[in-house]
Each structure stands twice: as structure tokens, then as C-alpha cells.
Ligand binder design. Structure first.
Ligand code: SF4
Length: 342
């Protein structure tokens, strides 16, 4: 089996985490998870060398915030897998206030190539209300140190946290772009069972960030990253059996959130284009590149129906056009013109 582009995930439990992020349920995880992480690493080192090794990814919180002796324990096993040719690169995620030059020097010694930094927001009020325990300045400082160390930087942001809004998310996106990350992940807030956010939501102190809220705000910020040439490598929490099985109580949990957002971006573009012409009561034809056809139509034809109602159109048709590089609107035609066409 080829391992090219394959991720070998190892979940690192954040035992005794002193922080209290409102959206997190990691603190419930027990010592059994630590044993499982080591078991997975040992299993990796039983594999024969591979032509194109795995990318080993330490997931699950803040790697560099766990005790140094434990970090070294995991990193030694990871480095052994690199030296044996089973792993070609190592990535891990951590908190901005758990990054300093000495820590980065240690990561580089063991061959870590990518650090994912959980920025979440660049508004201090949002970070405070979310119990993050760090500031936006910590994000700026850590991002700069990671880049200066020559390690690949991935920044993570969230939408829909307490005290945040659409313009806050837009400001955060712009600030993250200024930090020049190699890639970004966007995680709209999900209310997970057992979190502080669940308690606040049940007490009526926090309003859920719905799928619609997430689609609306992400359709504003995704084009900012696109224009800056920064890949968004994940949008929305990865669906898991646990989340789909009931742990995701409310909020922006949807298995195809990225698709919904791309679809909304297209709808927004067509809305802008149609608002610049007189098309009330007319028939409109939209030509789109083949790969955008289903996104343009939307799930259950939602974009087509929405545009038809928004502009009071007679009808609307969406056509795949091999020649089109972006959506094109054919002149809106009145019903009379449509009938007279051969
Ligand atoms: S998300 Fe926050 S509370 Fe959860 S493990 Fe990370 S730092 Fe700790």
C-alpha cells in the first residue's frame, strides 16, 4: 500500500490541561488515551520502511504544553519512525503561549516539519470569553517564531465563539493572512456534550452558531484566504462517530460544510451580478465551469430557488460550460423574447 499523502494520526491526550476553553471536552480524557498514543507509535515502528512514508500527525490539543519528558518520549518514537523510513514528516498542533525558541529547537531536533497553531480569534475579548488563556499578541509572537525557525506554519481559527461576530471573524482572517501562514483551518463552533459551552447554551447565555451562521460568515472569509493564495485545508470539524452519534449537540456541525460554503460564495457572486441588471420577471441562464455546476445549483436546488425568489425571476437555468473559467450570466430575457427564440 502506498503511503504517499497518507496521514498517520496519533491522538495526544492533554492530561491535566490547566486551561478551560469553553468548547473543549479534552479534559475528560483519561490516562488510557496516553497508553493508546504510545501503542499507536509502537505499532508504527513495527511497519516495514515505505517508499513514500506517512506524515505522522500528533492531534488532540497542545503538544508543547504537556510535560517536556512526555514530549520527548513521543518525539523519540516519532524520530525512530523517520529514521526507519516509515515516516517522512511530522506535524503537531499546539497553543500560542506554549511556543518559545527552546521548544522549537527541540521540535526541530526531532524532525518536526509543521506546527499548527490554535489562534481561534485575534480579538482579545473573544479569547477571554472563550477561556483560551492567551492573547492575540501571543499568536503574533508564536507565529513569527515558527516562521523564523523555518517550520511550516498552519493557523487555526474558529467562528461563532462567545463575543464574536461576522466582522470579528473577518478581522481575524485578515490578521492571520498578515502572519503569512502556509495554510489555514477554519472551525466554526460546535457545542459538544460535556463542555462549558454546553452549560452556557443550556442556561441561555450563549446562542448556538448555526450551520447557516457558519456558511454566511465563512463565505465572507474564505475568499480572503483564496485571494491571498493561502490554502484552507479544512473547513469544519471532521465528522466522527462520536460527534455524529450525539456528542455534537448543536452548532455548526455538518459533514459537508466546506461544500455549503463554496456553494454560498457562488450564490453571493451571482447575486452581485444580477443586482447590477434589470432582471425582474425575466429568464436567466448562468453558465458555469463544469466543476462548479453542483455547487452553483446548491443542495436541493437551494441556490436556484433563492436567486429566483430574490430577483423575482420567471425562471433560471444553470448550464455547465467547458469554456467558462468563471460563472457567466447570459443576458436576462423577457418571457416574450424566450418564446420568440427559434
Ligand atoms: S482546547 Fe483548551 S482546554 Fe482543551 S486541551 Fe486545548 S488548551 Fe486545554
Amino acid at each position: 500500500m502506498s503511503a504517499r499523502n497518507r496521514i498517520y494520526p496519533v491522538f495526544i491526550p492533554h492530561l491535566g490541561c490547566p486551561h478551560a476553553c469553553v468548547f473543549c471536552n479534552q479534559r475528560e480524557i483519561t490516562g488510557a488515551a496516553a497508553e493508546e498514543a504510545m501503542r499507536q507509535l509502537n505499532k508504527l515502528n513495527e511497519l516495514p520502511p515505505l517508499e513514500a512514508g506517512f506524515e505522522l500527525a500528533f492531534y488532540g490539543g497542545s503538544f508543547t504544553a504537556i510535560p517536556v519528558s512526555e514530549q520527548i518520549h513521543y518525539l523519540e518514537e516519532a524520530k525512530r519512525a523517520v529514521d526507519r523510513g516509515v515516516v517522512r514528516s511530522i506535524r503537531l498542533s499546539t497553543r500560542p503561549d506554549a511556543v518559545d525558541p527552546k521548544t522549537l529547537e527541540r521540535l526541530m531536533r526531532y524532525g518536526v516539519t509543521t506546527v499548527e497553531l490554535g489562534a481561534q480569534s485575534m480579538r482579545d475579548a473573544v479569547l477571554k470569553a472563550s477561556g483560551r488563556g492567551h492573547t492575540a499578541d501571543d499568536v503574533r509572537r508564536a507565529a513569527q517564531l515558527i516562521r523564523e525557525a523555518g517550520i511550516r506554519l498552519v493557523l487555526q481559527m474558529m467562528t461563532g465563539l462567545p463575543e464574536d461576530d461576522d466582522s470579528g471573524a473577518e478581522d481575524t482572517a485578515k490578521e492571520l493572512i498578515a502572519l503569512q501562514p502556509d495554510a489555514v483551518r477554519i472551525y466554526p463552533t460546535v457545542i459538544v456534550r460535556g463542555t462549558d459551552l454546553e452549560k452556557r447554551w443550556r442556561r441561555g447565555e450563549y446562542q448556538e452558531h448555526t450551520v447557516e451562521d457558519a456558511v454566511r460568515v465563512c463565505a465572507r472569509i474564505l475568499p480572503l484566504f483564496d485571494r491571498a493564495g493561502i490554502p484552507v485545508i479544512r473547513l469544519g470539524l471532521n465528522p466522527t462517530e462520536e460527534l455524529s452519534g450525539g456528542a455534537a449537540l448543536a452548532g455548526a456541525y455538518h459533514p459537508a460544510l466546506g461544500e455549503l460554503v463554496r456553494s454560498r460564495i457562488l450564490r453571493n457572486r451571482i447575486e452581485q451580478m444580477l443586482s447590477e441588471r434589470d432582471c425582474t420577471g425575466k429568464t436567466v441562464t448562468i453558465r458555469v465551469p463544469a466543476k462548479q455546476l453542483s455547487q452553483m445549483i446548491g443542495q436541493k436546488r437551494c441556490n436556484v430557488d433563492w436567486l429566483k425568489a430574490r430577483f423575482d425571476l420567471m425562471s433560471i437555468s444553470v448550464i455547465s460550460d467547458q469554456e467558462a473559467e468563471e460563472p457567466i450570466i447570459e443576458s436576462a430575457r423577457s418571457q416574450k423574447q424566450v418564446r420568440s427564440r427559434p
